[in-house]
Structures are given as structure tokens and as C-alpha cells.
Design a protein around this ligand. Sequence first.
Ligand code: ZN
Length: 302
Amino acid sequence: MAATIPLVFHPVYSQLSLPVRHRFPIEKYQGIYDALRERGISDSRFIIPQSVTPRELSHFFSPEYVQALANGTLDPKAMRRIGFPWSEQLITRTLRAVGGTCETARQALEHGVALNLTGGYHHAFFDFGSGFCLFNDLYIAARKMQQSRHIDNVLIIDCDVHQGDGTAALAQDDTSIFTLSMHGEKNFPYRKQISDLDIGLPKHCKDDEYLSTLEEALTVAFRCFNPDAIIYDAGVDVHVNDDLGLLDISTAGVLARDQMVFELCQSKGLPVAAVIGGGYQRDIAALVDVHLQLYTAAGVIS
Ligand SMILES: [Zn+2]
């Protein structure tokens, strides 16, 4: 029932002043919200998430790292690895965005499917961040899902073009979280971590190969692991027009991918919490259009 799919958003997702020419398209989150509203989704459909607190984050990540980021005392080198200059705004938006993914996970368990309008901070590790990621929302959301008495095993399907290295490392010794990362082999992070299942795609991979590889990967994952819930990172930096992706996936290919994931989860009766992941194009309207495929695949818009 598409009408009941919860959408999680807060305007602060896009509220971050960045240096001129910074490559991160921070406007895209508000852009997705505006585009969904233009397509007839009423404002009351959107759930406003709470922020996570530094104290809560300290249950999952290094308390020293959490405190240093929250206070603005993180070493400049560690800050450069994250790729954003430190600001109060950065912390405010990040705590809300991570809270958004946690809320999306909670909503998914209640309604079957839920979608955040941000999320996918998969390059964040236990005690450092990297690649525009401060705190790993996918990992926290998985752990939070497991607090529900119906959920033991969580499968994280990460289709962002970059390997989910932080998630892989965080969940490495945890047999109750299975990490599947399908990514560009010759792309950031150049030193890969070991997920439970890694699929490294060649440069300029096209729709047919991409979709058949994903189908196979999902089959393998479900053969190895018996999940009770899914977290899906629907990164669109696989798109042919992406500035960072190096793959050649069409908009129709992104839609087919997201449909494959949703249909599989639905056929198995598994709840799925989806986040939008990466996507880098200077043309925000074009980028938003690719991100909208997730909402089309879920049946939120047609
Ligand atoms: Zn990415």
C-alpha cells in the first residue's frame, strides 16, 4: 500500500553552508522534498525525525571521536578526511540526518517500507569519518532494528557506487548483520574493507551487466543469510551522468535496480528501510530526477 509508505525529512538536511565550488550537492535533499510535493505528496506525509544525541552515538562509536566532532575539537587532518569544514551547522544537520535513518528503520518495521530523504553515511567508521560521512547511520539503524523483539538478523544492501567500507568494518565481527556492497572496483575507497559480500564492478558497467550482477548477488546473500529486515542504500552515483561514479547506468537502470530490491523484499515479507545514498551532479534538478527513481520504485509517486 504505497499511500502508507512513511517519508522521513527535515529541512535541516540541506542546511549547510559550504565553500564555493565544494563538490557536495547539499541542496539535493530539499530538492527531493520539493519535487515530491510538486508531484502531489502532501506535507502531512512527511515525518519529522528527532536528532540523535552525541550520548546515543557513543553507544555505537568511539566516545572520544563523537565528543571531538560535537565540540569542534577534532584534529584538522581527521576533519579533512571527512571532507566538510567543521561548523555547528554540520553537526546539527548530521545528528538530524542520522536520526532520520533511525526513524526510517523504526517506520519500516511498523509499515513494511519507509524512505528517508537523506542517509547512507557508509564511509564512517568506529573512530573516524571519511568521504562526507561522520557517523554511520546504516549501522546504527541496523542495531536499532535489532532492539525490536522480532528482528535478529539485518541485511544491509549497499548499492552506492562507493564501497560501504565503514559499514563493513563496523559489522565485521557481527554475524547478525550481513553487509552486501556492490560498487565500482576502481573508485573510492581505494583500500577496500571486507564486507560479507563484495561485488566490484568494472568501469563503464552498463544496465544489463549491472542488473544481472545484482540479481545474482542478492541470490547469494539470501542463500548465506536469513534476514528479518533490510536496510537499503540506494546511492545514485552509479548513474552515467554522475561526476564521481565511473559507471554507465541509465535512469531506467536505477529504477529497475530499486524495483528489484523492493520486489524481492516484498516477496519475502521483509521490512525495508531505504536511504538515498550518494549522487553527485552539478545540475541539481537532474540529480534529483535520478534520486526520485527510489520513490517511484516504492510506489510513492508514479
Ligand atoms: Zn557514493
